[in-house]
Ligand binder design. Structure first.
Ligand code: HPA
Ligand code: ZN
Length: 335
């Protein structure tokens, strides 16, 4: 089983590039950019990773971003992730990036996106990993700031497939960004939003995503299970849910294995993802393996979770089918 999980061709739809920053890389970038750190070794950095909820994680996540300064830094950030993804047999990724985490520190939008885009081209050419980038807005900043960044992104529209919404969800509902997301849709972007686990008013936030914003996908969305009508609507619309088990273990002290199984039985298009693997110390394969250890998932369930990711990806129908065939062929020849 472990070998099948490791080797099956995978897609990842919920991974923040800034969340793939590894402690060793934080150190080397800090040295190159003359930035002083509060820690003496990468081990000390990991020891300080004391997350117990979303805000305690976000504080450390934003602090570490300071080391990212140049185009080359963003290139390395993304390329290191792609190299690691290759080991997990990932063939397709829709990674997030958080431009406001960098422009707020004086880094130009062009610097960020040029570095990431160059890494995407290299990943395709050298590693055979295809990717489409999603730009996230920070929901604890203003809707005006989000709109400014949406406008900044327009010259690079061909390099970005869609927009998302992340950061601290408390008192920052989807409706705050209704106008920004409507404009993003007009500009041709696909839409997704985080509906983090166990947030205040979370079921209402998910309804807003579905009915008002009309998202094309939902990030996390575990709490939709609390409302039967909401689950039915998600199934009816074929909306994917990008669940992140190990991230959930940090943020809500639970891998949410039971919820993932329930979603499968309801035919909800649940997928498995790593979220911020540099911080949560588990990449995609490790997320699948954690589920097996926790709740005895069958190989068919693992296969379904994996196929769901290609199915609800933002690839065109032909590319999706190519990848789904690749998965079928893998299981036919291996299992
Ligand atoms: N939720 C909200 N904001 C984030 C996350 C997340 O899972 N990861 C990085 N920023
Ligand atoms: Zn996330």
């Amino acid at each position: 089983m472990k070998k099948y999980i490791e080797e099956m061709p995978k897609a990842e739809l919920h991974v923040h590039l800034e969340g793939t920053l590894e402690p060793e890389h934080i150190f080397s970038l800090a040295e190159r950019n003359n930035i002083s750190l509060d820690y003496k070794t990468p081990e000390e950095v990991v020891a300080a990773y004391d997350f117990h909820d979303l805000p305690s994680f976000l504080t450390i996540y934003y602090a570490a971003m300071n080391v990212l300064q140049t185009e080359q830094d963003f290139y390395e950030l993304a390329y290191h992730y792609f190299l690691r993804a290759k080991k997990d047999s990932i063939v397709y990724v829709e990674p997030f990036f958080d431009p406001q985490g960098h422009t707020s520190r004086g880094v130009a939008f062009d610097t960020i996106i040029q570095g990431i885009h160059r890494a995407q081209l290299d990943a395709q050419e050298k590693l055979g990993i295809e990717s489409n980038l999603i730009m996230c807005f920070l929901r604890d900043l203003s809707a005006e700031s989000a709109m400014e960044h949406l406008e900044m992104s327009l010259p690079y529209k061909d390099w970005i497939i869609g927009v998302g919404l992340d950061s601290d969800e408390k008192d920052n509902p989807p409706s705050k960004f209704a106008e920004v997301f409507a404009r993003a849709r007009e500009e041709g972007y696909l839409l997704t939003m985080h509906c983090d686990v166990n947030q205040v008013d979370i079921v209402d936030h998910i309804w807003q995503c579905v009915n008002d914003i009309k998202v094309d996908r939902i990030d996390h969305g575990i709490n939709s299970l609390e409302d039967e009508a909401l689950c039915d609507e998600i199934v009816k619309r074929g909306l994917g849910l990008t669940v992140c088990p190990v991230s959930n273990r940090f943020v809500v002290q639970n891998l949410t294995s039971a919820e993932i199984k329930t979603m499968l039985t309801k035919n909800m298009k649940v997928t498995i993802n790593s979220d911020d693997p540099g911080y949560f110390r588990a990449y995609l394969t490790e997320n699948f393996l954690a589920l097996i250890e926790d709740a005895e998932f069958t190989i068919d369930e693992m296969k379904q979770l994996n196929k769901n990711a290609f199915d609800v990806s933002w690839l065109d129908t032909k590319r999706k089918q190519d990848y789904l065939n690749q998965v079928e062929e893998f299981f036919e020849s291996t299992v």
